[in-house]
Design a protein around this ligand. Sequence first.
Ligand SMILES: *Cc1c(COP(=O)(O)O)cnc(C)c1O
Length: 382
Amino acid sequence: MTPATQAVPAALPMAEAVIDLDAYRHNVAALGALAPDSQLMCVVKANGYGHGAVEVARAAREAGADWLGVATLGEALELRTAGDVGPLLCWLATPGEDFAAAAAHDIEVTASSAEQLAEIGAAAQVPRVQLKVDTGLARNGAFGQDWTQLVTAAAAATDLQLTGVWSHFACADEPGHPANDAQQARFEEAVAELVAAGVRPGLQHLANSAALLSRPQAHLDLVRAGIATYGLPPDRSMRIDVDLRPALTLRARLAAVKRVPAGTSVSYGHRYTTQRETTLGLVPIGYGEGVHRAATGRAEAGFRGHRVPVAGTICMDQLVVDLGDLPAERGDVVTLFGPGDDGEPTAVDWAGAAGTIAYEVVTGLGGRISRSHVGTQERISR
Ligand SMILES: *Cc1c(COP(=O)(O)O)cnc(C)c1O
């Protein structure tokens, strides 16, 4: 065989996100048990918060999710194409959305105004529609007089099936925030208005992960859990009484290792200078993969059971870790974040270092990262 036709040996990927579906299923089951009288919707928008929507959606169903939720119809259709057949809701549309496709694939859509309800009714044969009321987030949903108009339109509509009414909290990650009570009271009023107009409200729902965890009176008929299903807290400061396991581990193999003397300045801008002779490891991952450059100067990684500092500026394709005197070779695995079981940082730690939230740390992963899903048979092995 000539070298050109020789098979390339199967190498571990340079950088990968490994998603532990056992951890994810564990979280889904544990969260479902927190709201035993409510249906559970697992939110898998934005490629399953960076975890891989199709795989996560399948695991959610296996773990007992009654519903899946996504933002856009495109995301919902991707799940249908992948074979998902269960209850599925989407909630974000711009004019001209293909609501006929939604109905054809048994996808429930959301109307946030009378105009949108008319658009849905005109596009599809007996579409399944939920109504969204803006109770104080001032994002999507019908607010004030617009809700009354939507109620009137819903009461008059004969060619649609209204299956639910819902809203979304602004401050559920601060359980003591007065907006939570105000939004829930406004929601109850909005539902009462619907009922007074002779419309059966169907499923009433309000709770995201934070409200599922902290506000039992908001569980209602259904809870919509996103971040917590991935094993991450909605906010670092929230007390969480359920065992959540971070599902995603971000790791890469050292592309280079070098011994350098004290006084060596590292990476763009020379923001880091070694204090003593040390070993530097080159990690082939950077902001091109969604690793936050803003974490420069604060971030750490896991290596051989130790936390090691990220040395200097995080670059587009690479970053450097200061491994001290730990034995290190090219190809060794560095874990940027994971469940923390082996001493490595978590996505919450990276969020703190980058001045953001764990949602963004996992959802922003992309670029040249490959994703692999493990669970049941395989474990994440280093
Ligand atoms: C993203 C989203 C959720 C899930 O929120 P988490 O905080 O991740 O639990 C629930 N409902 C709606 C409407 C959303 O957009």
